[in-house]
Design a protein around this ligand. Structure first.
Ligand code: IPE
Ligand code: IPE
Ligand code: MG
Length: 253
């Protein structure tokens, strides 16, 4: 059931996903962890297609966290190679599908050729508006807030405003994804129920959906379950349930 009202829209505009469980999927098949990441990359392709089909305009996927550098060097290298492959092979398909690709995260630590591929892909797909796909690579919520604070401090130093006038808006405007709506729905696969330093500021009022399904096993049905769950929630943003119902009624009047 869906109301389509501002407080309870049928379909989220922005879905964020913590794609977890690739390693466990691989262990279960007696395969190396990278096989899980490879299968995971295929699921990314399917997920993008589903969002295009459903008319969801923004999708943000957590691919590599600032903490994932702690993994064995070989796994990190294989993950980066997979990312390279995706940037080389998939971008044309994204372009044909009207998908705009953006990478969020600290690029400084990525290999130079990867940074180059990112810039090319972002430039090529810049004008597309069917779906904006944000891939979080070397991304951390704390990094994001810190770099936004740094930008706000620079503005103070430039005399744009006084330190005591610092507001939430001064930070928010420098965050990754500042120019798009905050996520309506966060999906985490793989059974863990934590944020793992994903979009901590932007998820302040996001609805969470956790599933035990491992990312490489995710299919359209999992997405539909999450959307069904989302459609039945009342988003109150601090108000009472009655206030929200009243606002809904006045919208439909
Ligand atoms: C998520 O799967 C992918 C990345 C973090 C890159 P994992 O690799 O974390 O899979 P599990 O949690 O070990 O099963
Ligand atoms: C979160 O998964 C990061 C990504 C999906 C890229 P992790 O598997 O790294 O998270 P933790 O370490 O279990 O919290
Ligand atoms: Mg994991």
């Amino acid at each position: 059931m869906s109301s389509g009202h501002e407080n309870r829209p049928a379909i989220p505009r922005h879905i964020a996903v913590i794609m977890d469980g690739n390693g466990r999927w691989a262990y279960r098949q007696h395969l190396p962890r990278v096989a899980g990441h490879r299968r995971g990359a295929e699921v990314v392709r399917e997920m993008v297609q589903s969002c295009v089909d459903l008319g969801i305009p923004f999708l943000t996927l957590f691919a590599f966290s600032t903490e994932n550098w702690r993994r064995p060097a070989l796994e990190v290298r294989l993950l980066m190679n997979l990312f390279r492959l995706l940037l080389r092979r998939e971008v044309r398909k994204l372009q044909e599908n009207g998908v705009r690709l953006r990478i969020i995260g600290d690029r400084g630590a990525l290999d130079r050729d990867i940074r180059q591929l990112i810039e090319e892909a972002e430039t090529l797909t810049r004008a597309n508006n069917r779906l904006q796909l944000n891939l979080a690579v070397n991304y951390g919520g704390r990094w994001d807030i810190t770099q936004a604070a740094r930008a706000a401090m620079a503005a103070v130093q430039a005399g744009e405003f006084a330190p005591e006038d610092l507001s939430e808006a001064h930070i928010a405007r420098h965050l990754a994804l500042a120019d798009i709506p905050e996520p309506d729905l966060l999906i985490r696969t793989g059974g863990e129920e934590r944020i793992s330093n994903f979009l901590i500021w932007q998820l302040a009022y996001t609805e969470f959906y956790f599933t035990d399904t491992l990312w490489p096993d995710v299919d359209r049905a999992v997405l539909e379950h999450a959307l069904h769950s989302f459609a039945h929630r009342q988003r109150r943003f601090g108000r009472t349930g009655d206030q929200v119902l009243e606002a809904d009624c006045s919208v439909s009047d």
